[in-house]
Ligand binder design. Structure first.
Ligand code: 3HC
Length: 287
């Protein structure tokens, strides 16, 4: 039993916004916090658009979409999360930023509140040190982009995470309509330990002229049934995030096998981060 009625989400970006939408649709009172008011406005517009589209497509009844919208609140102050039964953090992949936020959240929420990070690869044990004697309530809830579409939540136990916290988190992910699968707190967990070296290898194949980027992607789509080619997926995830995850793998697993491809790093240096900057491996003029 998760005992969760209200969900707080830190970060109104792609991941945080998606998590909040899924929580509200599943019936939880949901508050999204972001320090940037602009991000909150964008997040609300996207929620309105996606819920309207779901109604248009006949996937959701209008009263259900209206009720989900009513359950969503957008807050520019962290204090708005103080009464939430779970707080899920989805901000930039910077351990210091995450720890500082969790330190504040642990101080303002009740002792039963679940504290979860959506980190893609930072150690849950390490992040959990920021919440002092609440580390037993600290856990990883790794969602996948686009959150409303992707089924998986990778549930990562830190060294101090209690079995009750794991049980509550698994029940919560199920109540959000997701499929939770446990993984241990090792670099990249399972998903990025396997996915990111594959993406990195696609950059090496491009750099070495094995094939053109569009052909590398088509080969993987048509030959391996990938919904997106690995280079398109890298743009979708963000090339800076890909480099960051490779760095975590290289350091944590202590092997040159996980070094980020120089071409991938060069694109990041040039500011070509993927969809979010309108250009990465490919170009996205509309953005
Ligand atoms: N938000 C909400 N819904 C979205 C969406 C978004 N951003 N993008 C697409 N959708 C929905 C569409 O509305 C559509 O819904 P419908 O079936 O109800 O009509 C459905 O997804 C399919 O969309 P499209 O028909 O427009 O396009 P595709 O069939 O090409 O699917 C995709 C788009 C779902 C993104 C698909 O290409 C895909 O699955 N790509 C791979 C995604 C993936 O691997 N994600 C994991 C990334 S790794 C990660 O997140 C972890 C991190 O740690 C790095």
């Amino acid at each position: 039993m998760h005992n969760v009625k209200s969900v707080g989400v830190i970060g109104a970006g792609q991941m945080g916004g998606g998590i909040a939408q899924v929580a509200a649709v599943a019936g939880f009172e949901t508050v999204v916090f972001d320090a940037f008011e602009g991000a909150l406005g964008k997040c609300k517009s996207l929620h309105d658009k996606l819920l309207a589209r779901a109604v248009e497509k006949g996937k959701m009844a209008q009263p259900d979409a209206d009720a989900a919208k009513k359950r969503l609140a957008y807050a520019a102050s962290l204090d708005a999360l103080s009464r939430c039964d779970v707080v899920i953090e989805a901000v930039v992949e910077d351990g210091r930023v995450k720890k500082e936020l969790f330190r504040k959240v642990a101080a303002m929420t009740g002792p039963q509140t679940l504290l979860a990070s959506n980190t893609s690869s930072i150690s849950i044990t390490d992040l959990g040190t920021s919440v002092g004697d609440r580390a037993d309530r600290f856990i990883g809830m790794h969602f996948f982009n686009p959150v409303p579409v992707m089924q998986l939540v990778e549930v990562i136990n830190g060294l101090a995470t209690s079995p009750v916290t794991t049980e509550r988190t698994i029940a919560l992910a199920k109540a959000m309509g997701k499929t939770p699968i446990p993984a241990n707190d090792r670099p990249g967990f399972v998903s990025n330990r396997v996915l990111m070296p594959l993406i990195n290898e696609a950059f090496y194949a491009w750099m070495e002229g094995v094939a053109r980027p569009e052909d590398i992607d088509q080969i993987m789509k048509l030959g391996c049934n990938f919904p997106m080619g690995p280079l398109r997926l890298a743009d979708f995830i963000g090339l800076d995030t890909c480099v960051h995850i490779m760095d975590v793998l290289a350091e944590g697993l202590n092997s040159p096998r996980y070094r980020a491809c120089p071409l991938l790093k060069q694109l990041v240096t040039a500011g070509r981060l993927g969809d979010k900057t309108g250009r990465g491996v490919f170009e996205y003029p509309a953005k």
